[in-house]
Design a protein around this ligand. Sequence first.
Ligand SMILES: *Cc1c(COP(=O)(O)O)cnc(C)c1O
Length: 369
Amino acid sequence: MSPDPVPFVDLALQHRRIADEAAAAIREVIDRAQYTLGPDVADFESEFAAFSGVAHAVGVASGTDALELALRAAGVQPGDEVIIPVNTFVATAEAVVRAGGHVVVADCTPDHLIDPGSAARARTTRTRAVVGVHLYGQMAPMETLEAHLPGVTLVEDAAQSQGATRHGRPSGSWGLVAGTSFYPGKNLGAFGDGGAVLTDDDALAETARALRNHGGIRKYEHRLIGTTSRLDTIQAAVLRIRLKGLDADNAERELAARRYAELLRDVDGVDLPQVAAGNTHVWHLFVVGVDQRDRVQAALADAGVGCGIHYPLPIHRLPAFADRVMVAPGGVTQAEAGAERILSLPMFPGITPDQQERVADVLRRAVAR
Ligand SMILES: *Cc1c(COP(=O)(O)O)cnc(C)c1O
């Protein structure tokens, strides 16, 4: 008999933990018959703003929309250049293009976070903003980015970092504005899509609020060209419950990360993820580095262990972006080399020691071959 497969994430397990409470909350939204905005959205927004250490959270339909509206609210104009790390989810780049900006990609450091030196080399007279992506669950070096790019608007992509801190300051509270995602697989995941714009700036928050709702705060008063991108009320009701458990979920991820580090410590050929100085990590992903990654991933898949690659192709190699991306002078060689070696192991709150031992055993055998 072959052992049970180990999933990459176990969303059903997370759901079971809040199933009854969530069902009751969803039922209440349905009974109240207020299906857009309303008290659940407003309450979630103030709870999540407090959690993130900012004055305002504006709930929107997705993380991608959050980033686009954040950039637009921050004043990015058609033709402006926006610097992003080249190793990120495609949504960071999409948001820039949809806001009218030009994507400029910077390299990363060996910990996969944006390299402030590369970002500084990418600066031109048209640079308007730089997006620090808090990749895999730890924060980009925001204060160094700021120091290297004085006068450039600082934006955060906080989709993978809910609950993370840098020098004690929460993810989402470092930039002028941040965008985050509540896609089900994120640390703070809904039962569908959702996102939020985070900021301390009152005027910027009001603009984001208008943009998500046809460009107006009041009905039929369209100040700006906006869109339909409100956080769904049912998702807000679910997120209020998930937010209460987020610190405990992140603590379980931290425990699991320690276990992996222990299990894989002496395994030759596996680079373990590093936590940058000043950061607390919320382990959205546990990403190791291995030689012959495709062969290793196939061996894990054959043994029933689910893995991922985040991300197989840097932004400038994606067909949709290849012709419209400017690469930082000096190139993005660290990110290109990293993309060949990265492998994300199963990581989710509630992963058991047995499951992790299986992952480690299979991985150990795969890299030894
Ligand atoms: C998930 C993610 C997004 C986009 O969020 P969606 O809710 O899927 O639109 C943006 N940036 C990063 C780094 C992400 O991981």
